[in-house]
Design a protein. Structure first.
Length: 499
């Protein structure tokens, strides 16, 4: 059986704890790999390696850093398919979806390649008599990233390229459910010339996470995952004096007004709700239909959803793959099975779905729930699977109030032909990312990603300018120099004397 070990100090390091976790092929249900689970001592060893590397990397020139990053970008581009194949094998998403994940991660590498302009400071001259004031940004030291299973390449690339471009060294703790992509990213970084110890990968479970949160050698922690864990990460790491950005869960809404193009809205709802099997924090999981369009919109969504082909991620004809684990599949199914008892109309029931020849895989079909109530479990919880809830509202104002009452505020969208309504929506809605006729408004790399309310704990969003500010700290320098003409007698600097 294949074993995934740690990557520390520029090389593979075998696990020493004796503990291993299973890695399953979601399409077959077969355990194909084991991953080493680090002890607190192993985490400490990785931190010490990163601390030593920081002594040199933190003082390196911007030219040296960007040379590595440009080479890294080229290697990632050349290895897109290889990375995507690792994602599909362990996560289950279809190959095209995995390729899209790599592409979005590459955007942040490209942003990091331009770090020379992002780290420019500011200067004010003559604020007083021969006094100048400048501001600079400097790296923090050793920083850590704890990343989720649903985007095993993209989310790590949202973190470490900017962190190392800013001069930090990095310890990545990826999900133990699909760990191989993280090691591949680190190996390619080493091949690109990143010095040993600058990027390290430590695999593990809660033991490793808790060790990272408490370690005095780590200055900052980035996290993406569920809201309960994000809250724990923020509270614990902050209590240990660390800077924290912890992105949590979501219940993303799509408001559809009566004037919207319903075919376009239905297309968007299907792709946004069921793409990547709904296992993404930016998935649309709730459609709010305004006015009399609800029945027509639900029928259009149903027609499209029934045509989606579900199958193994490495089958080029598959449009949706399995869920990550059997336990998660069963949890998602439980929301559908209980929906009718809580007042919803089950338009499509995807539970019990199997794929011929892959009966042991973690399969579930597409589910569509109509007339969902806001106090039902299917609405309140982040299901993280291919389940779309449809709610009804009589007016625009009622729809906005419904969305704003949600404890989550990650992303949201409006579908309308009315520019005035769209403008009101983007100003009135309480969410960190807004789409106008765009169902999944994930910002491009040079803008920042992050939500509001229970979708974000900490002051900084991820990547973009917020990411750069998170991985650096500001310093202001006030300087006064005497005029050269006032140099002491006997010191000739070539300036005429005025006395």
């Amino acid at each position: 059986m294949k074993t995934v070990n740690h990557w520390i100090g520029g090389k593979t390091v075998e696990g020493a704890s004796g503990n291993y976790g299973p890695v399953t092929d979601p399409a077959t249900g077969e355990v194909t790999t084991q991953v080493a689970l680090a002890s607190a001592d192993e985490v400490d060893a990785a931190v010490r390696v990163a601390q030593e590397a920081f002594q040199t990397w933190g003082q390196s020139s911007l030219a040296a850093r960007t040379k590595v990053l440009f080479a890294y970008r080229a290697l990632l581009d050349a290895n897109r398919d290889a990375i995507a194949e690792l994602i599909t094998a362990e996560h289950g998403k279809v190959h095209s979806d995995a390729l899209g994940e790599v592409a979005r991660g590459l955007e942040i590498v490209e942003l990091a390649c331009g770090i020379t302009t992002q780290l420019k400071g500011e200067l004010s001259t003559s604020v007083s008599n021969r006094v100048d004031v400048s501001s600079i940004r400097q790296p923090l030291g050793v920083v850590a990233g704890i990343t989720p299973f649903n985007f095993p390449a993209m989310v790590p690339m949202w973190m470490f390229p900017l962190a190392v471009a800013c001069g930090n060294t990095f310890i990545l703790k990826p999900s133990e459910k699909d760990p191989s992509a993280a090691n591949k990213l680190a190996e390619l970084a080493s091949e690109a010339g990143l010095p040993a110890g600058v990027l390290n990968v430590v695999h593990g479970d809660k033991v490793a996470v808790d060790a990272l949160l408490a370690h005095p050698g780590i200055a900052a922690v980035s996290f993406v995952g569920s809201t309960p864990i994000a809250r724990h990460i923020h509270t614990t790491a902050s209590a240990h004096g660390k800077r924290v950005q912890a992105l949590g869960g979501a219940k993303n809404h799509m408001l559809v007004l009566p004037d919207a193009d319903l075919d376009a809205a239905a297309d968007a709802a299907v792709s946004a709700a069921y793409g990547s099997a709904g296992e993404r924090c930016m998935a649309i999981s709730a459609v709010v239909a305004v006015g009399s369009i609800g029945d027509t919109l639900v029928e259009k969504i149903r027609e499209r959803a029934e045509k989606i082909k579900i199958g193994p991620g490495n089958d080029p004809t598959s449009e949706m793959g399995p869920l990550i684990t059997a336990a998660h599949r069963d949890k998602v199914a439980s929301y559908v099975k209980g929906a009718a008892d809580q007042g919803a109309d089950v338009v499509l029931d995807g539970t019990g779905y199997t794929v011929d020849g892959f009966e042991e895989g973690h399969w579930i079909g597409l589910s569509l729930l109509d007339n969902v109530k806001t106090d039902s479990d299917a609405y309140r919880d982040e299901i993280f699977g291919p389940v779309l809830c449809v709610l009804r509202a009589e007016t625009y104002e009622e729809g906005v109030a419904l969305i704003n009452a949600s404890p989550f505020g990650n992303g949201t969208a409006i579908f309308t032909r009315d520019g005035g309504a769209a403008r009101r929506f983007q100003l009135e809605i309480e969410a960190g990312m807004v789409g106008v006729n765009v169902p999944i408004p994930v910002p491009v790399g040079y803008h920042s990603f992050g939500g509001w309310k229970d979708s974000l704990f900490g002051d900084h969003h991820i990547y973009g300018n917020d990411g750069i500010h998170f991985y650096t700290r500001g310093k202001v320098v006030t300087t006064r120099w005497p005029d050269p003409s006032e140099a002491p007698v006997g010191v000739d600097l070539g300036f005429p004397r005025n006395h």
